[in-house]
Ligand binder design. Structure first.
Ligand code: AGP
Length: 608
């Protein structure tokens, strides 16, 4: 999505803004822009379509960028209103070119606001953000703070907005509703960012703004206001290390993140599971077990949704708790029937996904128990949820979520085991699973060292423009997540169906040009899925099997196979997903896609 970065202090803001944008770029990369203001009001204003590197080239080519612009605001755009071009790129300006605005979010009533303003002003862009700039000019009386306070009553939607005023050149005002805004304190001045990661290299401490709060930065100091009153807030020490490092021997950062999975799983389980006595010793999970939970509702989007679906099988099968999983944007559209015996689980890597965040607010407003499984420490969803566990997947920078999905799935297995033990005392069965979890890292290594075979198979499948990705029971959402990753990275059109549903319609589409990828490792439904594969093979169509080494049909049933280490059914979603991620990655690489920044996407979806 769009992200903002701003600075006021002793240094020239221009190179700082460019560096800040580089750290935020994975969150939106349609275009980028910045404005710096000198203390005499003179501006340095640049925009560029495409990556931050295009903006950096333009900035470097203009020697004026070396002057001392003590204040500046900058933005990377993921287009919501208006095509990708320079006119629609932020910062946007008022007609008198006094106020400049960057914005992350959507102003839902921008059409009505624009219609009124059009009587007085000519608009150069199609964006909702230009409406904010014109509205500031139109409603400005004596200062920016009171103007924006009034505007917060008029604007409907979600936003974090930073504004500069050429007549008060050492000032930045920021407001927030929904979208994140963090203020960073540094020895040289004050920074504002949508993302704490981008502040970690420059600030020693930071403050997170809540909805309807405002920050006024002036002469290297800042004040925070709520409903017109100055407030004091907790300042957190910057203890986040954000460094994507270099790619090393990997062909993309996404590949590097996939290869971090064994260590990430170590982070997830160590300190929470005692592998010696095969018990789960985690305070949050013990506290959770004190609640009378009769039902679980999981709410998430994208890969986190598929992770939720995978976890739901364990909550039912192991802990015996009924579970429902809902896509967060659908949850928002549905009638919410609060249940005080339900646990509402929100899964989100970023902790900022707008649909998940808004769903959580609805549930909280009815006093129901909420639990977050979030990766980004201190993010909105992590702060709002009553309880939660961090997924500890380290910073996941690149657009495709991989290592965090595995961490989420690991956490839900651990939660299910803990709830199962608290309800049913099935010690020996639970211990067998915990024991196997202790070996999971080794099984994953087995997948990671078989990449050359997966690569060869992926090469072959680049010839297809469509593919079905199928599985049964827990392997149905496992296949769903693999399907999403293939689409997202390779742009091959994939469809996910339950294996049993194939003959209820989709089978009509299959022909030699449409292969079926079946995820069918050993498990209780293996034989039934084999029957579905037979139905496809009976017509001599192409089947790629993600199967266990053990599979007795591996030599006669499939066109191609990717063999997974032999494990219990409980461990197989982990190994299948990782093999699927590698397959999707190599499909994409062979098709020459930008694996780390797939087209049209952004890492953090902060608009509904
Ligand atoms: C995953 O590869 C996607 N890019 C996307 O589906 C993502 O999982 C989704 O937007 C949810 O994000 P979150 O986990 O940060 O809430």
């Amino acid at each position: 999505m769009c992200w903002i970065f701003a600075y006021n202090g002793d240094k020239n803001s221009i190179p700082l803004l460019v560096d800040g944008l580089k750290d935020l770029e994975y969150r939106g990369y349609d275009s980028a822009g910045l404005i710096g203001i000198k203390s005499d009001g003179e501006v340095f204003f640049k925009k560029a379509v495409g990556r931050v590197s295009s903006l950096a080239t333009k900035v470097d080519a203009d020697t004026n960028s070396k002057w001392d612009y003590s204040t500046g605001i900058a933005h990377t755009r993921w287009a919501t209103h208006g095509i990708v071009n320079e006119e629609n790129t932020h910062p946007h300006t008022s007609a008198n070119e006094r106020f400049y605005v960057v914005h992350n979010g959507i102003i839902e009533n921008f059409k009505e606001l624009k219609a009124k303003l059009e009587e007085k002003y000519t608009f150069y862009s199609q964006t909702d953000t230009e409406v904010i700039a014109k509205l500031i000019e139109d409603s400005f009386e004596w200062d920016l703070r009171s103007t924006l306070e009034e505007m917060m009553k008029t604007m409907v939607g979600a936003y974090s907005i930073a504004v500069v005023d050429r007549e008060n050149p050492d000032t930045i005002v920021g407001i927030k509703l929904g979208s994140p805004m963090i203020v960073g304190e540094a020895d040289d001045g004050v920074y504002i960012s949508s993302d704490v990661n981008a502040l970690s290299k420059v600030a020693h401490s930071y403050v997170t703004l809540e909805d309807y709060e405002m920050v006024v930065v002036k002469d290297k100091q800042y004040k925070i206001y709520s409903a017109g009153e100055m407030i004091s807030k907790n300042v957190s020490e910057m203890d986040i290390e954000y460094d994507t490092g270099d790619m090393g021997n990997f062909s993309s950062f996404t590949e590097k993140e996939i290869f971090e999975i064994p260590e990430v799983l170590g982070n997830v389980f160590n300190g929470r599971i005692n592998f010696e006595d095969k018990s789960i010793g985690n305070e949050t999970l013990s506290e959770l077990n004190e609640h009378d939970i009769q039902r679980i509702e999981i709410i998430a989007s994208g890969s986190s949704y598929y992770a939720g679906l995978i976890g739901s099988y364990w909550f039912r099968d192991l802990a015996g708790i009924p579970v429902n999983v809902t896509i967060s944007s659908e949850f928002l559209c549905d009638t919410f029937l609060p249940d005080d015996k339900a646990l509402y689980v929100f899964l989100s890597q970023s902790g900022e996904t707008a649909d998940v965040r808004e769903s959580l607010k609805i549930v909280k407003a009815k006093w129901c128990l909420t639990f977050g499984i979030v990766n980004v420490v201190g993010s909105t969803i992590a702060r709002l949820a009553d309880m939660g566990l961090y997924s500890h997947a380290w910073v996941e920078v690149w657009v495709a979520s991989t290592k965090n999905v595995i961490a989420q799935v690991g956490i839900m297995l651990m939660m299910s085991l803990s709830m199962w033990l608290a309800r049913d005392l099935q010690y020996s069965k639970a211990r067998a699973i915990i024991e196997e979890l202790g070996w999971l890292g080794d099984k994953i290594h087995e997948v990671l060292i078989s990449t050359s075979h997966i690569h060869e198979v992926a090469k072959k499948y680049t010839q297809y423009s469509d593919m079905f990705v199928l599985g049964r029971n827990i392997f149905y959402p496992t296949a769903g997540e693999i399907s999403l990753k293939c689409k997202e990275l390779s742009y091959i059109h994939t469809e996910n169906y339950s294996a049993g549903e194939l003959k209820h319609g989709p089978l009509a589409l299959i022909d030699p040009e449409l292969p079926c990828l079946f995820v069918n490792p050993a498990g209780k439904h293996y034989v039934k899925t084999v029957s579905n594969i037979e139905e496809v093979r009976a017509r001599s169509w192409v089947v790629l099997g993600f199967i266990s080494k053990w599979d007795p049909r591996k030599d006669d049933l499939y066109t191609d196979t990717i063999e997974l280490p032999d494990t219990s059914e409980t461990m197989a979603p982990f190994t299948s997903l990782i093999a699927g991620y590698i397959f999707a990655l190599y499909l994409a690489q062979e098709l020459d896609r930008d694996v780390d920044k797939p087209k049209n996407l952004a890492k953090s979806v902060t608009v509904e």
